[in-house]
Design a binder for this molecule. Structure first.
Ligand code: XIL
Length: 384
């Protein structure tokens, strides 16, 4: 069977603010008959998801395959396309069993001014997830980015900083308590607290609260909701290396001290090309040692940049598919219980904004057609 690959990488130019991204880019993406869910974009109206046609469907959706393997498969979700784009909603509900709010559970959204919590945007995403039988990963209670100005001021002043942060954690986890109406079972308590060289990151919180602050965050969270599963989340600590060692040592210490930490999130923002993603043995070894501490391991933010590689578009998309497949396969074998992508469509990926370059880091392209990466992921989940 000869498969025609979608050959074009994303083109993000020429989009006006507020315009639907669906159908305005990547003209002519086509899949040959025989590809799973043959999704020639000419077959479906702009703004709607390419149909799943049972006759051509080789593999069931990711979430069905993932259920059979005992793993959650998730995506980070943005509010705007969830409201504006039917295709976004359809694919999200069909393919994924877990949801992370890409932004709206961060402190700047949840507590825009002191003492005034705003759960509206986050609750809309939670409601969608609940209606579709998806679980929710809360992200993130404490970070050095995306804090409201008032909280930064309080942290900088040093006065009442710990009370303000504790109140934030308590307010959020009380709203999302697991014995309440809007349960969120797992939370990234703190994000990116270690530097690339393995030191404690010098953040507003480390400065305000002192080097022992991480243990307090988990204790406060545990007091607010004893049923929430509490995670440490970071990037660049997936394989073996200085940073992974430091994250491991941090967690080993917390566990030893009886701090209520239950898991580790490996973000997995990786790329194609040499040394842009962890090797399978390194990743397996790191997951194994974290699990040996009694911790659950989640992959929380995976995407695979194309801009770090070379070759034709086809070659890069195939290499991307291999990176996705290798990492998912390794993670399933190593006992990872939740595997989340940072988005799912190239129409709404943070990578071009973050790197300043066009890319195509996710398993669906800008027209919502599945890429080689998607098919590779289904094969891994199907056990092939
Ligand atoms: C990113 C979002 O994707 C962007 O929309 C936002 O502007 C900045 O934050 N690591 C994380 C995520 O833990 O919260 C970040 O999300 C991406 C890197």
């Amino acid at each position: 069977m000869t498969a025609v690959r979608p050959v074009r990488l994303n083109r993000r130019a020429g989009l006006t603010a507020g315009a639907s991204l669906v159908g305005l880019s990547t003209p002519g993406t086509a899949f040959a008959v025989g590809e799973p869910a043959s999704m020639n974009r000419q077959d479906h109206a702009p703004g709607t998801a390419p149909p799943h046609r049972p006759g051509l469907q080789v593999a069931p959706p990711l979430r069905d395959l993932a259920d059979a393997r005992g793993i959650r498969i998730g995506a980070a979700v943005a509010s705007r396309p969830l409201v504006a784009e039917p295709a976004y909603r359809e694919i999200l509900a069909r393919e994924f069993s877990s949801v992370t709010c890409e932004n709206v559970m961060k402190p700047s959204f949840l507590q825009p001014s002191q003492g005034r919590f705003d759960f509206q945007a986050a609750d809309a995403i939670v409601a969608f997830a609940t209606a579709h039988g998806m679980t929710i990963r809360g992200h993130t209670l404490v970070w050095h980015n995306q804090n409201p100005a008032w909280l930064e001021r309080v942290a900088a002043s040093g006065e009442n900083a710990s009370a303000a942060l504790r109140d934030h954690i308590t307010g959020v986890l009380t709203h999302y308590r697991n014995d309440g109406p809007v349960p969120v079972p797992a939370w990234d308590v703190v994000n990116e607290a270690i530097t690339d060289t393995g030191a404690l990151r010098d953040t507003l919180w480390a400065r305000a609260l002192g080097p022992g602050y991480l243990a307090d965050l988990f204790r406060w969270a545990n007091e607010a909701d004893p049923d929430a599963r509490l995670f440490y989340n970071d990037y660049g600590a997936e394989g073996m290396g200085r940073k992974a060692d430091a994250v491991y040592e941090l967690l080993r210490g917390l566990v030893q001290d009886g701090v209520p930490v239950h898991g580790v999130g490996l973000q997995m923002h990786v790329g194609i090309g040499a040394r842009q993603s962890p090797s399978r043995p390194d990743l397996a070894a790191n997951i194994a040692r974290l699990r040996a501490l009694g911790l659950e391991v989640h992959v929380t933010e995976m995407d695979v940049k194309l801009q770090t590689g070379t070759g034709t578009d086809d070659e890069r998309l195939d290499e991307q598919a291999k990176v996705y497949a290798d990492i998912l396969g390794t993670c399933i074998e190593a006992g990872v219980t939740s595997f989340t992508f940072w988005g799912f469509t190239d129409a709404h990926s943070w990578i071009p904004g973050f790197t300043g370059k066009p890319d195509g880091a996710l398993p669906f392209d800008t027209t919502y057609a599945p890429k080689p990466a998607y098919h590779a992921l289904t094969r891994v989940l199907a056990g092939g």
